[in-house]
Ligand binder design. Structure first.
Ligand SMILES: [Ca+2]
Ligand SMILES: [Ca+2]
Length: 345
């Protein structure tokens, strides 16, 4: 049971309570296989409208710390004006989603380091020995294992991991508030599970993204032509992959709490910064049978490497995928949790 600790000492920090006292953090096998709000928009959590949330235990309050409640209901998933047909962005279709909680930000290096300290988890990148890095940032050329033929700016780099994002010689000392990267789908799932959470499914992620934008197409406005000068989301500005003007303030990742809240739900960096894993197997026809052998998972939101000329996927309905054990310097995640009391919302 995740919420079995009604008698924990209140002075225990909520985070510690969620991680240890509630049984939310019990390690499972760590194998490779594998705004009336309760706080305020800048507070520890945020509730979308004005529901009375029956917080029935300190555990649940701890679980929901730094999360945003996304109220359930219908929304239009996908689009009838797809940009990248092969990705299956279309058609627009009605989805009915139950209420759920979603982390306000991507998971940071600081948070992931705590998880590793608590569990001893080794990421797929660390176990396998390499991960994918943007060529222009690689710190030691001799660590390069090879380039990706179809995308020659990507290199497999020996020793690249969440601790060494650009490979040997790099570190995260000054990036503890940045999103953790080089985490596979399996690493992300394991992290969320440890804290009594789960990965959001694609529909949940997309509904939260669209609501966060408050009806706009992008975090800045509806015009893609304004992407080059905006300062609302971390994408690639300039000419990919050779020139980055960094007008949004960042060439690589940005801290997970960067930028003002979007006009809707106060979720940070849903668009851009790093791609975010979802729970869903990859399909392009939205049928029940996944493409491939259920080894690929959907990722959403685009990253600091997305530009309209190359990867025009910094849109809520855009989507892409990777295998379960793939990791790279531009993919991270955030966790979700069921709103167990959603019938009262
Ligand atoms: Ca940028
Ligand atoms: Ca993101």
């Amino acid at each position: 049971m995740r919420f079995s600790c009604f008698f924990i000492i209140v002075s225990v920090s909520c985070e510690a309570a969620a991680a240890s006292d509630c049984g939310c953090s019990e390690s499972r096998s760590a194998t490779r296989e594998s705004p009336n709000d309760q706080g305020s928009r800048s507070g520890k959590n945020f509730v979308e409208e004005s529901p009375s949330i029956p917080i029935d235990s300190v555990c649940r309050a701890a679980l929901h710390e730094k999360m945003v409640l996304v109220k359930g209901g219908e929304f239009i998933m996908g689009t009838n004006r797809p940009v990248i047909l092969a990705d299956g962005e279309h058609p627009a279709r009605v989805k009915n989603i139950s209420s759920f909680w979603l982390d306000a930000t991507e998971v940071s290096n600081e948070a992931f380091e705590k998880f590793v300290h608590e569990t001893g988890h080794l990421t797929d990148a660390e176990t396998i020995g390499d991960s994918y890095v943007l060529g222009s940032t690689i710190t030691e050329s001799k660590a390069i294992q090879g380039a990706v033929q179809a995308a020659p700016w990507w290199f497999s780099v020996f020793g690249a991991s969440w601790r060494n994002p650009e490979g040997p010689g790099s570190n995260i000392i000054k990036r503890m508030k940045h999103p953790v990267v080089h985490v596979s789908w399996r690493d992300a799932e394991r992290y969320c599970e440890h804290y009594g959470k789960r990965l959001p499914n694609e529909a949940e992620w997309e509904m939260a993204c669209k609501r966060s934008l408050g009806g706009k197409r992008f975090p800045w406005n509806d015009e893609v032509t304004d992407a080059e000068n905006q300062r609302s989301a971390n994408i690639w500005q300039g000419q990919f992959p050779n020139t980055n003007t960094k007008k949004d303030g960042y060439e690589g990742t940005a801290p997970v709490d960067t930028y003002d809240p979007y006009p809707g739900l106060p979720l940070k960096n849903m668009i851009g910064n790093v791609w975010e894993w979802t729970a869903d197997a990859w399909t392009t026809d939205h049928g029940t049978k996944p493409d491939g052998e259920e080894t690929r998972r959907v990722k959403k939101g685009g990253s600091f490497m997305c530009h309209a000329s190359y990867c025009f996927r910094y849109r809520c309905e855009a989507r892409s995928e990777n295998t379960l054990d793939t990791s790279s310097v531009n993919v991270g995640f955030r966790c979700a949790a069921d709103a167990l009391d959603s019938r009262t919302l």
